[in-house]
Design a binder for this molecule. Structure first.
Ligand code: FAD
Length: 409
């Protein structure tokens, strides 16, 4: 087996090792230095001129889901509200490598969502039409066209779940996740944001119904406003401030194969057989499935999920039968009842929350940060995130992407 040459990437930036002592007070404290926390800090500084900001991270910078996701980026969601925010994210992605002056290997190689049943076909066609009405690139492909886009896919009618067609979004793709985090962090750091690792938020300081700071393992830090971007831990943290979030935490796993020559030209997702596969720049086949069904905070999942995911992958891609697993890992994602995120003010004054992105928040990173920064800076939701406020769980204005089936990753 010949291994692809490794792309040249910048060295680890200095700020990863320069861990400033927290100051006693900040205008804004962001909890969680994953992609969303870092993007929020970046846009607070860039768009709103707010630089007296600390991002507090209990572990190391972007060591949570940001380091563990399978990097699929797309905007082909069904509902108008989702299409708007994910398309905003995709447009930001398209400009970010230049804006951040960092080539994080954003590759618009397209995403295929396969259909295996008549119901899948109806859902896919409906979603592609809805996407086009929202100005999002989307095509419906028949099995021959699917094979043209991805020749290693088995589109034979004899398989257990034959490929009946699929939707294709050409502008979708992947990026190198850890480098996205470093790119955002570098710019935020340059603009004066303090990125503080090894700093766990353990509680909130309140003055009546107003948050005025956070308690941490490094002591109390006063804050004008606090934004939670602590995916997987949002409900536990918010509860400490007296806010009950409609969010549950689940393990979510993925795996990579050993390195291979480039064989897989796009990203393939199959919600029906439940696997999705891309090939990283280095050459690993990157595969994931759905969440484990139980709630948990351990960053590992059940073996049977991986077993089923591999069986599905081999059925769709017979040549993968000879590939070997290099490593598997898990993260903790937080899931809402309608499988849509929450970017919102809370009933506690000066406390804001960004959570509930479930299995699909990497693609949203720039827009999540952009809208969360707007909400924290102005105290008001932007039209893009207004539909994703907490009150939808009492008004009933849910954005049910789970029912729309395009939701995974
Ligand atoms: C296996 C897997 C595959 C995925 N694949 C995709 C995909 O292909 N496409 C996609 O769009 N999305 C995907 N996702 C989802 C995506 O990774 C998440 O939705 C997104 O990363 C969440 O935002 P974040 O980056 O800010 O989270 P994180 O990186 O998890 O950041 C949250 C941070 O908060 C910190 N934290 C928690 N509690 C505290 C505390 N008390 N004090 C201080 N810090 C705290 C954590 O340590 C963590 O670093 C996947 C996730 C997993 C696990």
């Amino acid at each position: 087996m010949t291994v692809q040459p490794q792309p040249t990437l910048p060295e680890h930036p200095d700020f990863l090792w320069r861990n400033p002592e927290p100051r006693s007070s900040y205008d804004v404290v962001i909890v969680g230095a994953g992609g969303h926390g870092l993007a929020t800090a970046y846009y607070l500084a860039k768009e709103h001129g707010i630089t007296n900001v600390a991002v507090l991270e209990k572990g190391w910078l972007a060591g949570g889901n940001m380091a563990r996701n399978t990097t699929i980026i797309r905007s082909n969601y069904l509902w108008d509200e989702s299409a708007a925010i994910y398309e905003h994210a995709l447009k930001l992605w398209e400009g970010l490598p230049e804006e951040l002056d960092y080539d994080f290997l954003f590759s618009q190689r397209g995403v295929l969502n396969l259909a295996h049943t008549l119901q899948d076909v109806r859902e896919g066609m409906r979603r592609a039409n809805a996407n086009r009405l929202n100005g999002i690139d989307a095509d419906w492909l028949d099995p021959d066209q699917v094979a043209e886009v991805c020749p290693i896919l088995n589109v034979s009618p004899d398989t257990r779940y034959p490929v009946l067609g699929g939707t294709f979004q050409p502008r979708a793709g992947i990026a190198k996740h850890d480098h996205v985090a470093w790119a955002l962090a570098r710019r935020a750091d340059e603009m004066g944001v303090d990125l503080i690792q090894g700093c766990e938020v353990t509680g909130f300081v309140k003055d009546g119904e107003r948050v005025v700071g956070v308690e941490t393992n490094l002591g109390r830090i006063n804050a004008g406003r606090v934004g939670l971007a602590a995916a997987g831990h949002s409900s536990v943290l918010a509860e400490r401030a007296g806010v009950r979030l409609p969010v549950q935490s689940h393990p979510l796993q993925a795996l990579v194969s050993e390195l291979h020559e480039p064989v897989h030209p796009t990203v393939v997702m199959s919600n029906h057989v439940h696997v999705y596969v891309s090939q990283a720049h280095k050459g690993e086949l990157v595969m994931g499935a759905g969440v484990d069904s139980y709630n948990g905070y351990g960053q590992r999942g059940s073996f049977h999920v991986i077993e089923e995911q591999m069986a599905a992958a081999v059925e769709l891609f017979p040549i993968f039968a000879r590939a070997h697993v290099l490593r598997t890992w898990g993260g903790i994602v937080d899931v809402t009842p309608d499988a849509s995120p929450i970017i919102s003010a809370t009933p506690v004054e000066n406390l804001f929350v960004n959570c509930g992105w479930g299995t699909g928040g990497f693609k949203a990173t720039p827009a999540a940060g952009w809208t969360f920064a707007h909400t924290i800076a102005t105290g008001e939701a932007h039209p893009l995130n207004a539909p994703f406020a907490l009150d939808r769980f009492t008004t009933g204005a849910l954005i049910d992407e789970h029912g729309a089936a395009a939701v995974a990753h």
